[in-house]
Write a protein that binds this ligand. Sequence first.
Ligand code: NAD
Length: 262
Amino acid sequence: MGFLAGKRALIVGVASERSIAWGIAKAMHREGATLAFTYQNEKLKERVEKYASQLGSDLVLPCDVASDEQIADLFTSLGRSWDGLDILVHSVAFAPREQLEGNFVDAVSRDGFRVAHEISAYSFAALAKAGRPMMKGRNGALLTLTYIGAEKAIPNYNVMGLAKASLESSVRYLAQALGPEGIRVNAISAGPIRTLAAAGINDFKKLLDFNDRTAPLGRGVTIDEVGNAAAFLCSDLASGITGEVTYVDGGFNVVAIGLNYA
Ligand code: NAD
């Protein structure tokens, strides 16, 4: 029996087989969780339904996190099938492409800033708020995905770094607010991984190569490695951990100058 047996998990953020959320879904399924999924728009619906069925799930619901109505409807629909929710995975980010290239000061705009923060940071608090009644009193766990660009300046990551800083702060505030209800809130700071979202960052390949050269493990991480850490953090094995950002980055964050710096 897996360490998530009996748990119900809602996975928000699968768009392809490369999605980090897909790695998380696979690991949670392997450990015995029952899964539900969301899709951002009609274009992704069929694809997400196909992935969900691979993991024995036919609970696939729409949710564009830009819409309060869709967020509310998501939990109303989920409540028709499930009488409670144990795990909510938020693996969502977006900024307009022109925000993710070049000099930060040149690129930043009021609208780009707003969109990046709304979709990539506010949506986590919004889902926590809407999911709270279903999660209360069941040792629930919320998890989101962040990147080291929240703490350190990274070329081209620009306004997404600011949004991730807000997201990481949200993890701490949500942990404090929901702790008394037995709900834990954590983030994983993943190393760079080739996904659809990552493709929007200018020169992402350079970032990947630098990471591989610099990280103590000398390589990038996989969605399965992130998935395994996510499954642990959302399980009762991690019952004493909340408000934390856990790195799954091959150790990149602990290094100033890598062994292969030349
Ligand atoms: P991805 O493109 O597979 O996933 C991003 C998801 O966000 C997609 O499923 C997309 O549908 C969803 N999304 C975007 N706007 C949305 C909206 N308005 N409503 C609902 N969903 C929306 O890419 P990914 O790399 O797996 O990204 C998942 C998370 O991991 C993001 O938060 C990302 O910042 C984070 N992350 C990625 C990396 C990386 O290198 N890939 C590293 C660290 C953290």
